[in-house]
Design a protein around this ligand. Structure first.
Ligand code: ADP
Ligand code: ZN
Ligand code: ZN
Length: 723
């Protein structure tokens, strides 16, 4: 018998199937990992097929060396998913297979699956330990505690003392498996009687197919998800639920843990290697039937899937923006179809793409227009910041926001202040000549961080000393640009010196579990103000938040991206949804310098449908997605000439494709990327717009990129980010 093997190396030359003989007596199955001889080396690989014959000649074919595990780690469904993804997203088989396993497993890096414990032997003799003081102390401690983790003993008494005790047969070591369970704040399960709109939503999801659950913020979508999951668990099936960056919404996780207990497994990026590996194994063995996780949890090795849910389906984080690039929703649709189960996409602000699909009847639309608490959505007041300036207030807070904050504090309630960037201020600029401090390796402005008084590059992390003079003209009139979280906290604290003000952004949450700590701190303090970036926009459910302030709504609007208005609408709706979630009424103060922009009018009225209509109209007229497909091919290399050459020859090949499909290619051009350099790599790109239903043309375009060998080439369809 022979095996078709994919070598586990991300190299283009190895991106094909190699045949190996299965030696007699070795149990090799489809989906197993194996060690195989390759040239002079032994490499790891995946068996993707077993067959009786091979086209490789008898004397050339090599034999599998050994199996890595004695069971298939990649199940049948995921093998089929691999084929689908390679074709759909133009990926290598090996890089897709890697997505299916915890990386720690592939690299053999997971430690302490088992921990060693020390106990005393029977009939031990400690009489001749008198002169070995440390050994004696260790034995005495064990006499008290009976059983101690080896690593703790070693830390306290030293490695050699413990080794001596083992050699003298005074203590004995035993292995015990450690269960690493991710931290989840405790919450008790609320028994809730469903509202009519929730019952109808649950009943509407039946059989297979895709459902778009459009429910306003606070409409009780979580409860709907939990009922849908319970239903399939009762049928003996399993479920997957994706949430955006799970660590940002610990409340959702706690709620799920309270309802489903040990049946739930968590998969997300801030787990430790060991936690991730253990959760993966609990899923693999079927012990955990509900997987809740961020993007990559869609690859969880659950079998017999009865329900897939994507919460906040419009979220950007569901698309992997680095290699291998994939779209979770498309993967989810494949798995739902494979298992014949429903896929539920939930959001208060569906993506224009998915709402358009619903309008065309491709997917089913379910609506929950009311808040579960029976209250109105919080009133959004648009505050014209130009008017503030005219009336003499040039600060970052309008007088309305300040008086509303004062009221919140007086009432001992809570407020959230949303700001669109991190750091103390965005950049350093010379007021004389306009010079802006930039990173040496990347074509982006540096950001000033007050805490450590440094300028930092947010693309490569490089740090620079703060400027006191302009390097261009020598002027000392160098100042900070726009506002950041740190500055907002500073100003608020000076206005309200006695109030607790917390800050949540990338800088304050880099440590493990720091999110939870900030949120728990906020939850237990009244009055309090939480200042934060995008991180505070989603999922949080604090009863006492009665005011939300949006300091700089415009920031998301002026990005060079066809989706920026959509993102602005989503952001305002999401942030506003944090206010007035319980019995207390909520209010939102939205500060803007462009109060007339249509996005604010619709957002302030929570009028998603009218917003969609206007936005879809604009996109249709301009032939942008979802009415076309955008392809972006990004070339990058440290040598600018290499990128330019390879871009040019690729472009020449593309011109031929355009000739062939002249009517289907709406637009095509090559250019420098908006950010010309990142980490010292020069970036050039080709942008193409195609008519819909043109997968074959997309495939031909992709082929054109395959001859660029030196540059790294990144191929994206409908990119999330065009910079
Ligand atoms: P969404 O995810 O739609 O924004 P949530 O699921 O977070 O909304 O629900 C908002 C709040 O309403 C939560 O505090 C939740 O416990 C509560 N809730 C949900 N369903 C009901 C119900 N049927 N009756 C009363 N409260 C409910
Ligand atoms: Zn940089
Ligand atoms: Zn200057």
């Amino acid at each position: 018998m022979f095996a078709s093997v994919i070598i586990d190396q991300d190299a283009k030359a190895l991106d094909r199937v190699f045949d190996y003989r299965i030696p007699d007596g070795l149990d090799v199955q489809k989906g197993m990992r194996v060690n195989v001889p390759f040239g002079a080396r032994i490499l790891q690989g995946f068996v993707i097929d077993i067959k009786e014959k091979s086209s490789v000649s008898e004397n050339k074919i090599k034999s599998i060396y050994s199996t890595i595990e004695n069971f298939p780690v990649i199940k049948k469904e995921l093998l089929e998913l691999m084929n689908f993804m390679c074709d759909e997203f133009h990926l290598r088989q090996s890089s897709v297979l890697r997505l299916f396993l915890p990386s720690e497993m592939r690299e053999g890096k997971v430690k302490e699956l088992f921990a060693k414990y020390a106990t005393l032997c029977e009939n031990y003799d400690k009489n001749n330990l008198k002169r070995a003081k440390k050994q004696l102390l260790a034995v005495e401690k064990l006499e008290n505690e009976k059983r101690i983790k080896l690593s703790d003993l070693k830390a306290e008494f030293g490695e050699s003392a413990i080794k001596a005790l083992v050699d003298k047969q005074i203590i004995i070591l035993e292995l015990e498996e450690i269960k690493r369970v991710p931290y989840v704040a405790h919450r008790s399960d609320k028994k809730i009687s469903l509202r009519k709109q929730q019952e109808e939503a649950i009943a509407a999801v039946k059989g297979s197919g895709t459902y778009l659950l459009h429910g306003v913020t606070g409409s009780g979508k979580t409860e709907v998800y939990m009922h849908l999951i319970s239903r399939v668990l009762d049928e003996g099936k399993s479920a997957i639920m994706l949430v955006p960056e799970i660590s940002l919404t610990p409340q959702v996780v706690s709620t799920f843990r309270a309802r489903f207990g040990d049946k739930i497994a968590l998969l997300h990026s801030s787990l430790s290697a060991g936690e991730r590996f253990d959760e993966w194994r609990r899923i693999f063995s079927g012990e955990a039937g509900v997987v809740v996780g961020a993007r990559s949890a869609i690859f969880a090795p659950v079998e017999n899937v009865g329900m897939i849910i994507i919460d906040e389906e419009h979220e950007q984080s569901y698309v992997s923006e680095s290699n291998p690039r994939y779209i979770s929703e498309v993967v989810a649709a494949f798995r739902a179809k494979y298992n014949g189960c429903p896929l539920v996409l939930g959001s208060a602000t569906p993506s224009v793409d998915d709402y358009q699909r619903a309008k065309q009847g491709e997917i089913s639309l379910i609506e929950m227009p009311l808040r579960a608490n029976g209250k109105e959505l919080p009133r959004i007041q648009i505050i014209d910041m130009m008017g503030e300036i005219r009336s003499g207030n040039s600060g970052m807070f309008s007088s309305q926001l300040l008086s509303d904050l004062a009221k919140v504090i007086n009432d001992k309630k809570q407020a959230m202040i949303f700001i669109n960037r991190r750091g103390y201020s965005s950049f350093m600029m010379c007021r004389e000549c306009g010079y802006v401090a930039k990173c040496n390796d990347c074509d982006v402005s540096l950001v000033y961080h007050r805490e450590d008084n440094r300028l930092k590059c947010h693309y490569c992390g490089k740090q620079y000393r703060v400027l006191d003079k302009c390097p261009n003209c020598g002027s000392d009139k160098i100042k900070q640009g726009a506002v950041g979280t740190e500055k907002v906290v500073g100003e608020l604290q000076s206005i309200f010196p006695d109030v607790k003000i917390l800050r949540m952004d990338n800088d304050t949450t880099s440590k493990k579990n720091s999110h939870q700590k900030i949120l728990e701190d906020f939850a237990s303090t009244k009055p309090a103000i939480l200042v934060g970036t995008q991180m505070i926009a989603k999922g949080h459910d604090f009863e006492d938040v009665t005011l939300v302030g949006i300091v700089d709504a415009d920031q998301s609007l002026y990005r060079s991206d066809y989706r920026s208005t959509e993102r602005c609408f989503q952001l305002i709706t999401q942030v506003s949804g944090r206010a007035g979630r319980s019995q207390f009424e909520g209010k939102v103060d939205l500060q803007t310098y462009s109060p007339k922009h249509y996005v604010y009018k619709f957002a302030a009225n929570y009028d998603y449908k009218s917003f969609f209509k206007k936005e879809a109209n604009i996109r249709q007229t301009a032939a942008f997605p979802p009415f076309s497909k955008i392809i972006r091919i990004l070339f990058s290399h440290s040598d600018e000439n290499v990128v330019k050459d390879e871009l040019k020859s690729c472009y020449n090949r593309l011109l031929k494709v355009r000739e062939k499909y002249f009517d289907d290619i709406i637009y095509m051009d090559a250019m420098k990327s908006p950010i010309k350099r990142i980490k010292n790599s020069f970036r050039y790109q080709v942008i193409i717009r195609l008519k819909l239903d043109s997968k074959h043309i997309e495939d031909e375009i992709f082929e054109c990129t395959q001859e660029a060998l030196k540059s790294s080439v990144f191929f994206e369809v409908n990119p999330e980010n065009m910079s």
